[in-house]
Structures are given as structure tokens and as C-alpha cells.
Design a protein around this ligand. Structure first.
Ligand SMILES: *Cc1c(COP(=O)(O)O)cnc(C)c1O
Length: 373
């Protein structure tokens, strides 16, 4: 009698899973693929073009270092912008420092926008990649992505965009915008922390990258490491909600943001709106309250969570690289506060904030020897 099936007599060591019991491995794999579809849908991408990562920081690193590493024998020049997130800027600086690429950092105008003629002029025969963020995390400015995509395609350079702030807030369609690589972060769109994705175009043109992590070759060899399944499932769900509600939410939040700006301007003088007045995220308002130190203002707002445009480096509080890049006078940069409105923000909250900010600014200005009154 032939015995083809292996005889298992080691049920003390472990027992085989009963097919009637849910196989969590299978369920997890299915859940990951569902999430991949939900993320692709938000971007107008194919699900095979989504690579899961630990967040937008990793996605930016993989996009920039990965593409240069793959192509650097032929082309190794990157064009990016001084107002990018540190994940992009520091990835570019790391390439330069390692002698593995060269980078041009474009300046921006007083409105925070890249000048397209300067971008065109920066592209050389060695240029491989243009990396320009979709929307800025401090001043909310939305770059002219359709024009940058068209220019990149025309000059046959790849186009990467960090869309951590834009996806789920404004329409992001990788096909019509001619984007080749796009970074996402779940926790910027009401999803869990520690998970994100990189969109990697598969066709017309196919984008080829070298991985930055070595290992088991997960995610098509682009990102080794066991997937963060709960994070990914939450990320997918967050994308689906954003996709459904984005239009209504953007309109509602945009109105609240305008109400906040109008309310502040009604009662306070010497205010500046940092960044382009219209080309901005619906939930962003970055205001300079001249004759006030933003740190003092934030302290006097107590439990209202806002952010100063400052980066705390070694002991000294410096205006952020973004506010500096706008060419703001030092006193305005030091007086700037970022208001970031979101899904749970109400009209009542905005009215409270207007009152509290107006009171605090008036009180602080009274103590300022510089305020003309
Ligand atoms: C938050 C943010 C990042 C970093 O994302 P993580 O997922 O926290 O790594 C990168 N770029 C921009 C524009 C961001 O706003």
C-alpha cells in the first residue's frame, strides 16, 4: 500500500490548524489587499502601484534614495524645493553627503509657490527626479502640480510629490496629474500612526527603484518587513472615508477657516496671511501677529492647540525654514501661528478661538514698546 500523505505524529509539538477555524493569516492578507484597493481608489491608481511603508517619512526616503540608487550611473540629479518637509530635504542632503547624487534646491516666492521657469531652468541632462510637495504642512500652500507634472513628463524626468497633507483633503489623481511617485501618511488623514504608503507608477512610464531596506522582499521587493496589518487596515478605512466625504468636508472646513480669518481681521490690525491667499489647503490658516511673539501668544491660549512656525533647535527658537523661505521680516516670522482646522472643528469652536486670540493679542501688544497702537 502506498502512503503518499506524510504521517504526522507530533501533536504534542503543535497541532495543524483546523480548516473550520478562521485562518488569521488568510484573513489578514485579504484585509491588506482590501486596504490597498481603498488607497489606490483615493489616488486613481492601480492597487499594484501601492507600497506600504511606516509613514510618509519612509516613503519620501524610499522614493528619493531608491530612484537615485537605481539610476545613478546615468542620471543622479534631483530638483526639489527649500520648503519641503525635512524627510525630503534630509534625504536629498544625505544623497549629496554620500556622493551618490546632486541636488538643486529651488527657492519659493513670497506666496510660497515654486516659479515654473526656475524649475524648467534647473532641469539638466543629468536630472532624474523632480520632487515637489503637493501641499505644505506649515502654510498649506498647494503647488501647481498639474504644471509641474506636465513639465516633468515633457522633459522626461520622474516626478515625486509628498502628498501627506493633500491626500484626502483635496483631489489627488496620479493619472491626470502625471505623478510618478507619491508619498502618503495615514495619521494625516484621520488614520493610525506609523503607517503610510508610496505610490509607484507601474506603466507609462514604469518607475524602477532600489529598496532602502534589505530583507525578505515583501511588497514586490521594494519594502522588506512584515506588514503592519492593523495599521494598514485602518489606513484603508481612512482613505475610504476621505474619498466619500472629501468634497463636503473641504467646503465646510474652508468656510470655517474663512470665518476665522475674517473674525481676526475684523478686530486686529497688522496681520499678515502667510502663503498664497487662495492656493491653499481648506483647513490651513497661517497668520503673522506683528508685535507679538508667537510663543507668548500660544502660551496665553492655554488649552487651544495651535502651532508656532518655529523649530526648536539647540535652545534657540528660530523661525521655521518654511517661514524663512517666504522672505518674511524676522519680526513677522517670529509672530506667526498656524491654525489647522479639521474634521471635528465646529463653528462654535472657531468663535471661541477668535475671541481668545483677539483678547490675547491685544493684551500682549499693550505690553509691547513697539506697537504703534
Ligand atoms: C507629516 C508629514 C510627513 C511625515 O509623515 P510621517 O508619516 O509622520 O512620517 C512628511 N511630509 C509631510 C508633508 C508631512 O506633513
Amino acid at each position: 500500500m502506498s502512503q503518499s500523505k506524510r504521517i504526522y505524529l507530533d501533536h504534542h509539538a503543535t497541532t495543524p490548524i483546523d480548516p473550520r477555524v478562521l485562518d488569521p493569516g488568510r484573513e489578514a492578507a485579504k484585509a491588506v489587499e482590501t486596504a490597498r484597493g481603498q488607497i489606490a481608489e483615493l489616488l486613481g491608481a492601480d492597487e499594484r502601484e501601492i507600497v506600504f511603508t511606516s509613514g510618509a517619512t519612509e516613503s519620501d526616503n524610499l522614493a528619493i534614495k531608491g530612484i537615485v540608487e537605481f539610476h545613478r550611473d546615468k542620471r543622479d540629479h534631483v530638483v526639489t524645493v527649500v520648503t519641503e518637509h525635512p524627510a525630503v530635504l534630509d534625504s536629498c542632503l544625505a544623497l549629496e553627503r554620500a556622493g551618490r547624487g546632486t541636488v538643486t534646491f529651488l527657492k519659493v516666492g513670497a506666496d510660497g509657490l515654486v516659479n515654473l521657469d526656475e524649475l524648467r531652468a534647473a532641469i539638466t541632462d543629468r536630472t532624474l527626479l523632480v520632487s515637489v510637495m503637493f501641499a505644505n504642512n506649515e502654510i498649506g500652500v498647494i503647488q501647481d502640480i498639474p504644471a509641474i507634472g506636465a513639465l516633468s513628463r515633457e522633459r522626461e524626468v520622474f516626478f515625486h510629490s509628498d502628498a501627506a497633507q493633500a491626500a484626502g483633503k483635496v483631489p489627488v489623481d496620479v493619472e491626470s496629474l502625471l505623478i510618478d511617485l507619491l508619498s502618503l501618511s495615514a495619521h494625516k488623514i484621520y488614520g493610525p500612526k506609523g503607517v503610510g504608503a508610496l505610490y509607484v507608477r507601474k506603466r507609462k512610464p514604469r518607475v524602477r527603484l532600489s529598496p532602502i531596506l534589505d530583507g525578505g522582499g515583501h511588497e514586490g521587493g521594494l519594502r522588506s518587513g512584515t506588514l503592519n496589518v492593523p495599521g494598514i487596515v485602518g489606513f484603508g478605512a481612512a482613505c475610504e472615508v476621505a474619498h466619500k466625504e472629501m468634497a463636503d468636508e473641504a467646503a465646510r472646513i474652508g468656510k470655517l477657516r474663512d470665518r476665522l480669518w475674517e473674525g481676526l481681521r475684523r478686530d486686529l490690525d497688522h496681520l499678515t496671511l502667510n502663503g498664497h491667499p487662495d492656493r491653499r489647503l481648506p483647513g490651513n490658516l497661517n497668520v503673522g501677529f506683528k508685535f507679538v511673539e508667537s510663543e507668548s501668544l500660544i502660551l496665553s491660549l492655554g488649552d487651544i492647540a495651535v502651532s508656532s512656525g518655529a523649530a526648536c533647535t539647540t535652545a534657540k527658537v528660530e523661525p521655521s525654514h518654511v517661514l524663512k523661505a517666504l522672505g518674511l521680516p524676522e519680526d513677522v516670522a517670529r509672530a506667526s501661528v498656524r491654525f489647522g482646522l479639521g474634521r471635528t472643528t465646529t463653528e462654535q469652536e472657531i468663535d471661541v478661538v477668535i475671541q481668545r486670540v483677539v483678547d490675547a493679542v491685544r493684551r500682549l501688544r499693550k505690553m509691547s514698546p513697539l506697537y504703534p497702537g
